[in-house]
Every structure is written in C-alpha cells, then in structure tokens.
Design a protein around this ligand. Structure first.
Ligand code: DHB
Ligand code: MG
Length: 222
C-alpha cells in the first residue's frame, strides 16, 4: 500500500515538474534491457540534483558511480556550457552505454567518463591536483564510501557540496550487528562525517518509486 502511494505521488510530481520525463523513461528502459540494475536515481531525485547544480552555480562536478548516466545527464543539464562533469564507472558496458546516452541527450561535451575502479580514478585526480570540485555526488558501491569520502574531501574547497546517496537503505542502517557490507560501509562513513570538523551535514529520508532510502547533504566548511 505504501509503495503504491509513493509511486503515485512520484508520478504526480514527475508529470507536473519534469518536462522531459519521457526521455528519461526511455533511457531507463533501454538500460534495464541491457542488464543495468534498476537503481538509478528517480526522475524527481535527478531533478533535485539538476536544481542543486543550478543553485550552486557549479562549474565542476564529480560523480562517483555513473551506471547508465541518468544522474550525470541531470547534473550536466544544470551546468553552464563551459562546465564539466567527471563521472567514474568501473563497468565497461555501463560506461559505454552512458557515453551513448550523453550523446543522445546532447550533453557529451560536458562529461568525461573515467572507466576504471573509482579509487584508482580518484587517486589519479588527486595527483593531477586540478581545480577543486564544486559538487561531488557519491553513488557507487557503498562498501568504499569511507574511501570515497576521504578522496572527496581532498578534491574539495570551502563551500564544496557533497551528496551521498543511499544512507538509509530501508532502515537497514540501524542494524548494528549486520554482515551487510554496504551497511557497514555507510555506518563507517557516517562516523567519519560526525567526527570531521571540516564538514557540516544533514540527512533527508526519502520515499518514492525507489522505496525508502535517504541522502546525506554535506557542506565542506574549510
Ligand atoms: C543500491 C545502490 C544505489 O546506488 C541505489 O540508489 C539503490 C540501491 C544497491 O546497490 O542496492
Ligand atoms: Mg544510489
């Protein structure tokens, strides 16, 4: 019953607020046909990311976990023409499909996909020591979230916003003695956020077509 209601409300607001909703539906169904897991951000969540990019006036974005590139497209659409998104994806077939999707969506000139294990790409980016990122979206395997957060901080400046997806996981995050490695990764990540003076953060619990989950919104202070 609850899931049915959440889906209906998502449908209502998608119809009201998302002008190119059908395009995203098409992307999702092609991705699923090609075996990409159906764990992309929802259309409304993608719209949230798009708005954050615009509200920040972000010029440089890092995404950890591309999948088929749905969230990447949303964020790239919010970027100005001279903005850049770097998206990290370990899976070659996902990266390939994402690049096709970026072409179709007319945002490929704004996105670079690095097809390698994310920690490898992050170390590469750290060594390059380019301009810090304005926005970092952490949405890959949850086991490595603590490492992703450490690198995110190294690639940040005062004012950088970090968003981490899936910090609630249907409430599984409360289970203390779980052998779910994803939950353990997020619990460790949570401790790091709580104990780090460089950041301030909040969590928004979410319901919708993706069930019950949540995201953490983090701001780098210094
Ligand atoms: C999973 C991963 C995600 O990024 C997500 O949004 C939902 C689920 C997962 O691995 O289960
Ligand atoms: Mg996610």
């Amino acid at each position: 019953m609850e899931q049915f209601l959440w889906n209906s409300i998502d449908d209502l607001y998608e119809d009201l607020l998302i002008p190119d909703g059908e395009h995203f539906e098409q992307l999702q169904s092609v991705a699923e046909e090609k075996g990409v897991p159906a764990i992309a951000v929802s259309k409304l969540q993608g719209r949230f990311l798009y708005l954050i990019v615009k509200m920040l006036g972000a010029k440089k974005i890092l995404e950890i976990g591309t999948l088929a590139g749905f969230s990447s497209i949303c964020m790239a659409q919010g970027l100005q023409e001279d903005g850049k998104l770097i998206s990290l994806e370990i899976d070659e077939s996902f990266a390939e499909l994402a690049r096709l999707n970026f072409e179709q969506a007319g945002v490929s000139h704004k996105i670079d996909v690095m097809n390698a294990p994310a920690l490898q790409s992050l170390e590469h980016l750290r060594q390059q020591s380019g301009e810090p990122f304005d926005l970092i979206f952490i949405d890959a395997d949850k086991v490595n979230n603590p490492h992703y957060f450490n690198y995110a901080l190294k690639l940040s400046k005062a004012g950088t916003v970090i968003i981490a997806d899936n910090v609630v996981r249907q409430g599984d995050i409360l289970k203390d003695n779980t052998d779910d490695m994803s939950v353990q990764g997020i619990r460790e990540f949570n401790k790091m956020i709580a104990n780090n003076d460089r950041v301030e953060a909040t969590t928004l619990q979410t319901v919708g077509s993706k069930g019950y989950d949540g995201l953490m919104l983090i701001r780098v202070k210094v």
